[in-house]
Design a protein around this ligand. Structure first.
Ligand code: HEM
Ligand SMILES: *[C@@H]1O[C@H](CO)[C@@H](O)[C@H](O)[C@H]1NC(C)=O
Ligand SMILES: *[C@@H]1O[C@H](CO)[C@@H](O)[C@H](O)[C@H]1NC(C)=O
Length: 512
């Protein structure tokens, strides 16, 4: 035995046959790692310029929109395909591409998403149809009127408290009439607070230290996307390991909460307990928490921050929203000495749902121009899926990707499509209703967003108190007026996130 080992440790002395065996082994491994599925003739043309050996189309994660447009314009139909590692992906576009993508039953969202979206918390893989059904069922139950109305006082109070804290923040350095905020701090934190209250554990919502710690873990997931891992799934990349570790810390946090509740025997009436009481396994309960808090934070936190920024840059929209909020306050004020914040705090969920259509349009517009990235599906059905009448297909077992900007920034549908202009949704223009799947900001067809109602509630809560209490303008960090408009959301991103360079607003109490 020892002789063999010594021999092996000296490759120079290996006999030829040994070399042959090693080479054959390596070749076989390489073959395993690189062999791609064979594809039928009807597959949209393979986009070659970005097809790197083994990896495939890396640019899909570094400059997605650019690659999408390059590939799209190179084919007759506008549909094309590419590889991510060994995974075959069909990029669809145009009206019929959209229809196929959003309406076909065998195109499964969950499987496409977990295979191609970089950045999801590892610990919440929550594989399988059953978990997926459980996940949506829990969210639907937490977002019912009855559940939300039980929480609305707490939620309104959080929004009011954020504004009260803003009111006593230090004044700005160079313009002492004004205070300065970065909405991606204040609004973002508020959204996490509202989200933990509604779908999370009260231990987290009410303990500032635990609140900060879990929020920073969730933010890590966004900055630590392990794209390389999507291409080479067998490679344990550093970001992947960090995300595993972060996921494990979150898991432990929730596990500790469960244990301490069991130990104290205290009944806590919150969303977490509601999920525990479904009787699902501990691992499903915690996976639900991690996945839903993440889903609840990513988009909502960002758009809650963009709404006041866009309104600061568009004074006529700031005035419209202010007038809307003032109108609601006047309508529901019961005694003359009630402050606007007190009136807002008396609204029911249904009133929040229905009384702020203009805030809803600013959100609609913020999402339209702020949704870089793609939807993903996997063809899990028994056969190839035709893409409209092109004669092309999404093969069985392949993936499909649809770039939201393909429709949202199409100048033939949305005039001056990069511009923030919610009047485009007014009845006389109705640009978002020109044809089916023209607005896909909340999903469309078979997979509408399950969190839409709650996300909209978060937006009206965070905006209404702020607009009611403050006058505000675009600003620099030191409190001087900002003259540059808010930069457009970076189309290179595969998910909307906080801008790299912070953008500020200066504000002061409104005179009533
Ligand atoms: C402004 C905030 C939000 C935006 C813009 C947004 C957008 C979307 C979009 C575009 C889709 C469809 C994706 C596709 O077709 O591939 C979707 C699906 C989904 N969203 Fe949201 N979302 C938001 C907030 C939320 C919140 C707060 C939750 C839950 C806490 C949530 C949970 C979900 C779930 C579970 C799905 C998948 C539905 C399915 O599998 O059929 N979303 N969302
Ligand atoms: C992709 O194929 C569909 C299906 O026929 C077609 O309607 C669509 O126009 C194509 N995309 C483009 C950009 O041409
Ligand atoms: C939580 O973070 C905020 C903002 O970064 C900070 O102001 C606050 O002091 C932190 N609280 C605790 C308990 O760490």
């Amino acid at each position: 035995m020892q002789a063999i080992i010594e021999r092996l440790l000296q490759p120079k002395a290996w006999p030829t046959i040994m070399w042959a065996v090693v080479m054959a082994g390596l070749t076989f491994l390489l073959h395993l790692l690189t062999t791609r599925p064979s594809l039928s003739h009807a597959v949209p043309k393979l986009w070659k310029p970005d097809d790197l050996p083994i990896l495939g189309a890396w640019r899909f994660y570094s400059h997605r929109q650019e690659m999408y447009y390059d590939a799209q314009t190179s084919t007759d139909t506008g549909n094309f395909s590419f590889f991510i590692g060994k995974k075959h992906v069909v990029g669809v576009s145009g009206p019929e591409g959209r229809k196929t993508f959003f309406d076909t039953k065998d195109l499964v969202l969950h499987d496409g998403f977990s295979a191609l979206f970089a950045g999801f918390p590892e610990q919440s893989a929550g594989d399988g149809e059953n978990f997926n059904r459980f996940f949506k069922m829990c969210l639907n139950s937490l977002f019912k009127s009855e559940s939300l109305n039980k929480k609305i006082d707490l939620l309104a109070n959080d929004a009011q408290r954020m504004c009260e804290a803003l009111a006593v923040a230090p004044v700005s350095d160079s313009h002492p009439d004004w205070r300065v905020m970065n909405p991606f701090d204040s609004m973002y934190r508020l959204v996490y607070q509202l989200t933990t209250r509604t779908i999370g554990a009260s231990e987290i919502a009410e303990d500032p230290e635990l609140f900060n710690r879990t929020l920073s873990i969730f933010e890590q997931f966004e900055s630590r996307t392990s794209v390389l891992k999507l291409f080479l799934p067998w490679l344990p990349t550093p970001n992947f390991i960090i995300r595993m570790y972060s996921g494990a810390r979150l898991y432990k946090t929730f596990l500790d909460i469960i244990k301490s509740r069991e130990k104290s025997g205290k009944r806590v009436d919150d969303a977490f307990q509601h999920i525990i009481d479904t009787g699902a396994s501990t691992s499903d309960v915690i996976s639900f928490e991690i996945a839903s808090l993440f889903a609840g934070l990513v988009n909502s936190g960002i758009h809650a921050s963009y709404i006041p920024l866009y309104c600061a840059d568009n004074p006529e929209w700031k005035a419209k929203v202010q007038a809307e909020v003032d109108g609601v306050v006047a309508k529901y004020r019961s005694t003359p000495d009630q402050s606007p914040a007190m009136v807002l705090s008396s609204l029911s969920v249904e009133q929040w749902d229905n009384e702020f259509p203009l805030i809803d349009l600013t959100l609609r517009e913020s999402i339209r121009i702020g949704q870089p990235g793609c939807g993903f599906r996997k063809n899990n059905g028994p056969r190839d899926i035709p893409i409209g009448s092109t004669g092309e297909v999404i093969p069985r077992g392949s993936y499909a990707a649809y770039l939201f900007n393909d429709v949202h920034l199409d100048p033939n549908i949305y005039t001056d499509s990069q511009k923030f202009d919610p009047t485009r949704y007014f009845h006389d223009r109705a640009e978002d209703r020109k044809m089916s799947h023209t607005y896909v900001g909340w999903g469309s067809g078979r997979h509408p967003c399950v969190g839409m109602r709650f996300a909209k509630l978060e937006m009206v809560l965070s905006s209404a108190y702020f607009f009611a209490m403050f006058e505000f303008e675009p600003s620099e960090k030191d409190g001087s007026l900002r003259t540059e408009p808010v930069p457009p959301v970076d189309a290179k991103l595969h998910q909307v996130r906080k801008p790299d360079d912070p953008i500020f607003i200066r504000y002061k109490p409104r005179a009533y």
